[in-house]
Design a protein around this ligand. Structure first.
Ligand SMILES: *Cc1c(COP(=O)(O)O)cnc(C)c1O
Length: 421
């Protein structure tokens, strides 16, 4: 046991990314100690600089009023452009292909308005059976909006969330019935199991059948390496309060592939912020969309909700992508190994065991009743370990490479073992 603790300490000492932890506000327990925060998959921690950037926006408002839209440091009309390079890097996209705007479900609707063009022959949307409820509601309502029937036109692929999605079978299904499917909407990382899907391969098969491919990257962006442009994904949406650490209700984002950048004849739900920047303030009566993802914007964005994202993206940009990715894999491998060695018969890791099929999150099914699992979760929280619990007996933990340490993974397993009795 102490061997493992020593190993954890040595790994922390040798970790080139470790200094970044000091750039985040670390939640405290009731007794004032640092909590072991393993919930970055749900709400990422606050970058210390977030307060400074929010205050900067408030100060500009106090001092300059409406002038801050156009003048001074980081004018508000183009504020979202400050976020583009960091988002493009994380998405594996061209700057033209990404924009920070709205929130995830809103962006999903806006992009489905353009990319879900059902015909009687091709009217279906394929999602996974264990899809996040908001995604399910969004696609069902879109199907109904177009006069089709969700009972026949929403295909829910796969079983329940306690099982992994079988990619091989999904590709075969797409080859069989792809010609009736208008849109394939899949997660980059499945939120309950932490499974990473082979998006590139699935997209290739789906697009060969003429389907549009959309991704929900809520649990993927900032967690796993993405190459949306090269993978030929049509569109993607995300929120920024999970691995992007931008705070509750932060501004979300979207990706639209370059090949659609000038598809101005695509129907879209338009607003003035998507209109050509050069003539926007001439207030013309005809809408002329911007090229690229920016052309899907509707409103001027909340600067106060965008400022923390800027702080977080700067932290991502301050480390090498390779180092961050290597730490993520080493940290999650370390946690998985300890769980296997010490709790093999009491905890089942639902998340795939191979590095290419998972990000940093592990979903743990406890070999207990539902009520006992809930009690264990409550006691973990009381002991200062912040993780989450999903019905009936699953605990999700995400050691996040930007701010978590190897000793925290060790300490989590210690406490879980204690609570399991
Ligand atoms: C977190 C999450 C959402 C959240 O949607 P909002 O519109 O940001 O509230 C949607 N989909 C998935 C898969 C998520 O994990």
């Amino acid at each position: 046991m102490s061997n493992d603790l020593d190993a954890a300490r040595a790994l922390d000492a040798a970790d080139p990314v470790a200094p970044l932890r000091s750039q985040f506000a670390l939640p405290r327990t009731a007794t004032g100690e640092e909590a072991i925060y393993l919930c970055g998959h749900s709400l990422g921690l606050q970058p210390l600089k977030a307060a400074q950037y929010v205050e900067e926006a408030l100060e500009r408002w106090r001092h300059d009023g409406v002038e801050a839209h156009f003048n001074g440091a980081r004018p508000w009309v183009s504020y979202h452009e400050n976020l583009t390079p960091g988002l493009a890097a994380l998405a594996g996209a061209l700057p033209l292909e990404v924009v920070a705007m709205n929130s995830l479900t809103v962006n999903l609707h806006l992009l489905l308005a353009s990319f879900y063009r059902p015909t009687p022959e091709r009217s279906k949307i394929l999602i996974e059976a264990a899809a996040f409820p908001s995604d399910r509601y969004a696609v069902a309502s879109q199907v109904r909006w177009h006069g089709f029937d969700p009972r026949t036109d929403v295909i829910e692929y796969g079983g329940d969330a306690q099982f992994l999605l079988d990619e091989e079978a999904l590709c075969e299904e797409l080859e069989r019935s792809g010609s009736s499917i208008a849109v394939v909407l899949l997660p980059g990382v499945q939120y309950l199991t932490g499974q990473v899907l082979a998006c590139e391969r699935i997209a290739r098969v789906a697009r060969a059948q003429g389907c549009v491919v959309g991704l929900d990257l809520a649990h993927a962006i900032g967690n796993i390496p993405l190459q949306l442009h090269d993978w030929d994904i049509d569109f993607a949406v995300w929120c920024s309060y999970k691995y992007l650490n931008a705070g509750p209700g932060a501004i979300g984002g979207c990706f639209v592939h370059e090949r659609h950048a000038r598809a101005f004849d695509l129907p879209r739900l338009a607003g003035w912020w998507g209109h050509d920047k050069n003539t926007r303030f001439d207030m013309p009566s005809t809408f002329a969309p911007l090229a690229g993802a920016e052309g899907w914007q509707l409103s001027n964005p909340s600067i106060l909700a965008a400022a923390p994202l800027l702080a977080s993206l700067e932290l991502f940009q301050s480390v090498s992508r390779g180092q961050l990715c290597a730490k993520s894999m080493a940290l999650t491998d370390f946690l998985a190994r300890l769980l296997r060695e010490r709790l093999q018969h009491r905890v089942e890791i639902l998340t795939p065991s191979t590095q290419q099929n998972r990000g940093c999150q592990l979903s743990l099914r406890l070999d207990t009743t539902r009520d006992e699992a809930e009690r264990i979760h409550t006691r973990l929280i009381e002991s200062g370990v912040i993780c989450d619990w999903r019905e009936p007996n699953v605990i999700r933990v995400a050691p996040v490479p930007l701010y978590n340490r190897f000793v925290e993974a060790y300490e989590f397993v210690e406490r879980l073992e204690r609570e399991l009795g």
